[in-house]
Design a binder for this molecule. Sequence first.
Ligand code: C5P
Length: 248
Amino acid sequence: MSNIITIDGPSGAGKSTIARLTALRLGLSYLDTGAMYRAVTLHCMRKGVRLDDPKAVAGTLADLDLRVELTLEGPMRVFLGAEEVTEKIRTPEVTRNIHYVADVMQVRNLLVEQQRKIGEQGDLVTEGRDQGTLVFPRASLKIYMFATPEVRARRRHAELKQRGIDSSYEEVLEDVSKRDYLDMGRELGGLRKALDAVEIDTSSMSPDEVAEAIVKLAKARLKMQTRKIDKSALEKAREEIERRKQGQ
Ligand code: C5P
């Protein structure tokens, strides 16, 4: 059986950055399940169906051709048919609409099945909301990562400010709380901590510190070895993670 490390938690806890860094350090592939929900959202938007109609959303799945390509060094690549949509799924419109699509049972069932198939193919760091609870309940190591809503809102507010986007801290905090409410309230695949997950509060830790803590746990529990990574690969990954955050 493959060694699976799951990382779940609310938006803004730093999951993507940390999952990428952890996967790089351990030489594992990285599965970004949020990107899969984003790709289905883009597919539905392009079909022009009413996103608040679950039947219409489910109806678009018949001709969904979603493929992901895991890479060791780079980010996961996402394709709809022959078209690469890795960057196109990171727009604010997709982010705004995603909750409609993530609520639809048929969408979740389909993506959970795809994620499990990927997990059968080899060792993996996988990141999302339901990875340790629903998708990989027998994962080798489960992490539940969180930070207070105030810290997550402060991080997001600073990011927006850096991009020259005017918003008040209160607005951002409200948005963070709304996303938590939607993610936690979802009946199937909602955000919950698995009973056997290790909790990490990232409120006062840097992404590198958190990744280091997970790598230590993986080495102790799974007898995994870190691999020597070339500094430029790590730097490149960091830069690209930053660039992506700016786009969302
Ligand atoms: O991780 P990311 O912010 O890209 O995820 C976007 C959205 O996709 C989340 O807010 C959540 O609604 C949904 N999602 C999910 N289940 C997952 C991963 C993401 O419902 N496993």
